[in-house]
Ligand binder design. Structure first.
Ligand SMILES: [Zn+2]
Length: 301
């Protein structure tokens, strides 16, 4: 078994994390938080979203946050964009990278985005066309790739086909999201085997949720398969909207600790990461949902 020497970590806490936190934070706290993350060595920080504030009041200040953060030249700051209106708002503040989203689950698409999967692809195609004209890079999320809260089973073949469509449209990375955390190592392996027939491995990222405590094990399985890009969220920010009280995103501290232990380079300073996790947890009034942060944090801060 040979693992990659380097893994790219995509930090999703300022968007995917905060959007699932009930407590709305002041804009300046978000800006300070992202600046702390920028200083850890993380190569990608999903900064905010340009969805309607009616849907996600927490991120209504996305434009101001994006404009106010200190952007490092070697860090990408993608923002989530649901439609052309969101893209125009992103373009207006000079965004250079966006993330779009769809899902292989028809029912999840209806409940989450109010449209069919086919309609969501039309919407994405419009966004991608416009974004490409502005030389904006596009990352594409596929939600519920290992199971859906409404439909149950999701066919890996469908995930692969959607990934291929998005790649052909011009998305540079396809993110496999286990939105409800139902993945297990055999399911991960089977999914990746099938998706790889449609999308070359180097374009695939994994985005695992820790609902049942298996996210790290699932990440290890994905690493064994050769995956080189991992999404995670510092302090495990972001709960699970489908199971109250359950964990959401896997904590970045825990992922970096695992990779450090395997001798895999991430370029991320774990101490600075822990400090950023403690900063945001303090403002949310809770302890970090990261075993590594809890074990090492006191000694550091
Ligand atoms: Zn997530």
């Amino acid at each position: 078994m040979t693992f990659p020497h380097h893994i790219k970590i995509v930090e999703v806490s300022p968007r995917d994390g905060l959007q699932n936190e009930a407590q709305t934070l002041p804009t300046q706290v978000k800006i300070d938080f992202i600046n702390l993350l920028s200083d850890t060595g993380l190569p990608v920080i999903e900064t905010t979203s340009f969805v309607s504030p009616k849907w996600i009041p927490q991120l209504a200040d996305g434009g101001e946050v994006y404009q106010s953060i200190q952007k490092k030249p070697n860090v990408n700051y993608p923002v989530l964009v649901p439609n052309l209106k969101g893209l125009e708002a992103a373009i207006a503040v000079g965004v250079k990278e966006i993330a779009v989203f769809t899902t292989p689950s028809e029912q999840f698409s209806q409940k989450n985005a109010n449209c069919s999967v086919t309609e969501s692809l039309h919407r994405i195609a419009e966004v991608v066309d416009r974004a490409k004209k502005q030389r904006i890079r596009i990352r594409a999320y596929l939600s519920c790739v290992l199971g859906c809260p409404y439909e149950g089973k999701v066919m890996p073949e469908k995930v692969g086909e959607l990934g291929e469509i998005l790649l052909r449209m011009g998305c540079y990375e396809i993110v496999l999201g286990d939105t409800i955390g139902v993945g297990t190592p055999p399911k991960i392996k089977r999914l990746l085997e099938i998706v790889c027939r449609h999308v070359p491995l180097k374009y695939l990222a994994v985005h695992f949720h820790d609902t049942y405590g298996l996210a790290l094990v699932n990440i290890y399985s994905a690493l064994e398969f050769g995956i080189g890009i991992i999404d995670s969220s510092v302090a495990g920010l972001g709960g699970c909207p489908y199971a109250k009280g359950a964990s959401g995103n896997i904590a970045t501290e825990d992922v970096v600790h695992l990779l450090n232990g395997m001798g895999i380079d991430t370029g991320v300073d774990l101490k600075k990461l822990i400090a950023a996790g403690r900063f945001i947890s303090k403002h949310l009034g809770r302890t970090p949902q990261s075993k590594v942060n809890l074990a090492l944090g006191e000694a550091i801060s």
